[in-house]
Structures are given as C-alpha cells and as structure tokens.
Design a protein around this ligand. Structure first.
Ligand code: NIG
Ligand code: FE
Length: 426
C-alpha cells in the first residue's frame, strides 16, 4: 500500500492523454484522450503515483490523516496546460497599437515607424531585474489561474548582451519563485535594435559571437529562437544564427512563415528544429518537410486574433498530412495579449476548425513535446508531475465551447492546491 498526500476521486471524466502512439500525437491519434470515466488520481508529494477508475485506485492506496482528499464528482480533470510559446517578460502594454490596427494600420507599419518590438525594447532596457520580476509575477498568476502549469518563456526585448542576459536571469528567477515551471528560450534575434539599424551584419555578429556563447556558458536558455520574417531576419541570416546556436548546444525554434511565406518552415526542417511556430503562410512542401524531419508545428491563433488577421494556420491540412501540431498563447504585448490557454482552445476550434479533442491534445501532451518535457508533464501518468486541473464542467468539450470565462475549479501544481483568487473570474 502506498501512502498518498493527495487523492482526487470520482471525476466524471479524467483525461489522462495516454496513447499507444509514442512521440507527438498525429492524425487520428490527436483524439487519444485516454479518458477514464469515474476516475481518480493519487499523488505522493509532487508526483502522480496512481491513475485509474476510482474503485481500482482506492483498492491500492492507504489514506490517512495526512491525505488531502478532493471530490471531483461532476467535474473533469485534465493535465495542466503547457503553454509552449510565450513572451511574458515585458514592461509596457501596447494598447495604442491595438487601436492603431483597428483603425487600419498593419503590425509591420507600426513596427517600421518605431513602435512594435522596438518600443518594448526601449522600455525593458530602463528597468532593473527586480522590477521586471515584479511586473511578470501577476501575469504568471493569471496563467496559473487559467490552468497553465508549464510555459516556455522567451527573451527578445533586450537585444544587447547585458539586457538579453538580464531577461534570461529574470526568467530563471521567476522559475525559482513562482509555482509555474518556465523553460527559457534565447530570442536575441527578435528584431534589429535601433542602434544597429544601419549595421545589421554587426548585430548578427553580436548575436553569434557574443550573445550565444555567453548565454550558453551561463546555461541561461534551453532553446534558441528567431523571428524569421520579411524585414526582420531573412532565411540566410536565420540559418547562420541558428547554426551557431545549434553548435553551442541549443535546441531550436523559429517564428516561421507568420506574416509572409518566407520559407521558415523549410529551414526549421533543414536544421532539425524542435518546433516551427506560427505558420500562417506555410505551403505544402513546408508541411511535408517538417513532418519528415519531425518538427512540431506550434499554432498561435491568439496572434492572428490579436492582430485582427484573416489568415490562420492551415491546422486541418497539417493534421490530415500527419504533422504533429501544438497550441500556445504567444502571450506578448504586441500581437497576443492573453495569458489564457482556454481562449486559445476556443480560437483553435472556431477559427481553425480543430475539434475540442484535438485542441486538448495539442495544448497538453503535444505542447509538452514542443518543449521537450514529456518525461515530466503533458499527461496524467504515473511518475509525472502532479500538475492537474479540475474543471467545473460535465464534459471536456465545454472548455472551448464556453469561451471567455474561467471554468476552473482548482489547479494543482506539483501536488499542491493553488489558492485561486481569479477562479470563477469572468
Ligand atoms: O510572436 N512575431 C514576433 N514576435 C511576437 C510579437 C512580439 C511583439 O510584437 O512584441 C509574436 O507575434
Ligand atoms: Fe512569439
């Protein structure tokens, strides 16, 4: 008999996300929710030790005074969301740009006139590490209250050696002090900073010769990402930067084919990236090459929605062709100002025609693959972290269907119940 610190029992639907498919779920396997009706999960400290039908779980454990028991009758349990693409460390919000876009200006026009990423860079450089930590904490609280328990977090608003290091140190500190797990990504190639406007080659040299070696030496990031886009970093420049990053041991990600069909998806395949993200303008050859190379397509419908664009990534085509897809918020002040994964699931369903089932798989186990963390998170299985969300719904399909409100009952992170000030918030 195993001793149990937490038991969640009698769940109407327990979505374990177990599957026969090894590796990221593709095609029909996106529907493998591993659902247990009348399910229970037993936890010891921070790990899951038993999962199954309530009756079977109860037979195998010993409950004592120290066991916290939660009744999930008439509720649904899911793994915590893995938000595999976020930019959560920033200073200023950019609602004026939001209004400018509503009035007809494009994201690129705003960026070209000194707004956009450059305005976030200016503000970030003026703040201390501690100030940045304080600004980010409530955002992480909000993510957690909407069911996210692991995030990937990018730098990319520093764009100097010192400021990129500062951002990554902020991410490391947030990881230490906040319940959410943060996986750090170096995004020095997010934009050409103002002072290098007419010397882009020099900035690329700064990235490859100073930033990448320094970030690698200090072990401040797991991934290296780049904004591969017309007017930002072209294919040749992206190949050069990412090749150096790979040589320094970074795993790779790309902002690819977001605003134009530049060929970032193909580059991701060529370089063996873990994921290529955005992909609104991916073509058939890009899908084929990514699939062959085992690159995950991270879809960010919040960025299309936040920019008011008509073009969404061709999710159904990707799924039909067997490409693994994941979902994330792209939380950032420019294009996607939301910490909420549930709204991303709604957008995935409504705007990309993914089914609720596919959206759940894409935002849990597949997004865990997109950050290479499937040994620890992404599904409810013995040995994984007890990162669980209890939902006030009768059926998991209600989660994307009942949009824009918080339907969460309780969030459990590392086996601990998170006090939830925002639960029930509209
Ligand atoms: O993922 N595309 C580049 N980066 C972000 C936007 C960053 C910003 O505007 O501050 C994105 O959409
Ligand atoms: Fe992004």
């Amino acid at each position: 008999m195993k001793s149990v610190s937490l038991l969640i029992q009698n769940a109407r639907q327990l979505l374990t996300l177990r599957s026969d498919q090894t590796g990221p779920r593709t095609g029909k396997h996106l529907e493998d929710l591993g659902m247990v009706e009348d399910g229970s999960v037993a936890v010891s400290e921070d790990k899951i030790i038993l999962v199954g039908k309530t009756k079977e779980v109860l037979e195998q454990i010993k409950i004592d005074k120290r066991t916290k028991v939660i009744d999930a009758r008439d509720k649904v349990i899911l793994p915590g969301f893995v938000d595999c693409h976020t930019h959560p460390v920033f200073v200023n919000t950019r609602e004026d740009e939001f209004e400018m876009r509503i009035k007809g200006k494009s994201y690129q026009e705003i960026a070209a006139s000194g707004g956009g990423i450059k305005s976030s860079v200016k503000a970030l450089r003026s703040k201390s590490k501690e100030e940045l930590v304080q600004l980010a904490l409530p955002r992480l609280d909000r993510m957690l209250s909407y069911g996210t328990t692991t995030i990937e977090a990018k730098s990319g608003y520093g764009l100097s050696v010192a400021d990129e290091i500062k951002m990554l140190e902020v991410i490391a500190k947030l990881n230490r002090i906040h319940p959410i797990d943060l996986i750090p990504t170096f995004l020095g190639a997010h934009e050409i900073p103002e002072e290098y406007k007419n010397r882009r080659k020099d900035y690329i040299k700064l990235i490859t010769e100073k930033m990448i070696p320094e970030v690698a030496k200090r072990k401040l990031a797991v991934f290296c990402d780049i904004f591969c886009e017309k007017g930002v970093f072209d294919i040749e420049e992206s190949r050069k930067i990412l090749t150096v990053a790979k040589e320094h041991g970074f795993k790779l990600k790309l902002h690819a084919d977001q605003l134009s069909p530049l060929g970032g998806a193909k580059l991701a395949a060529e370089l063996g990236a873990v994921s290529a993200d955005h992909l609104e303008f991916i073509d058939d050859e890009g899908i084929r090459m990514m699939k062959k190379a085992g690159v995950i397509g991270v879809l960010l419908p919040g960025a299309c929605f936040g920019l008011g664009l008509k073009e969404y990534p061709p999710a159904k085509k990707m799924i039909a062709k067997g490409l693994p897809v994941a979902l994330a918020t792209d939380f950032n002040p420019g294009s996607s100002m939301t910490e909420s994964m549930p709204i991303i699931l709604s957008l995935a369903c409504l705007m990309m025609k993914m089914t609720p089932t596919e959206a759940i798989t894409a935002s849990t186990i597949n997004s865990a693959y997109a950050v290479d963390k499937t040994k620890e998170v992404g599904s409810i299985e013995v040995g994984k972290k007890a990162d669980l969300v209890i939902w006030n719904v009768q059926n998991y399909k209600e989660i994307p269907y009942h949009y824009g409100v918080n339907l969460i009952n309780q969030v459990i992170k590392d086996g601990k119940v998170i006090p939830s000030p925002l639960a029930g918030e509209g």
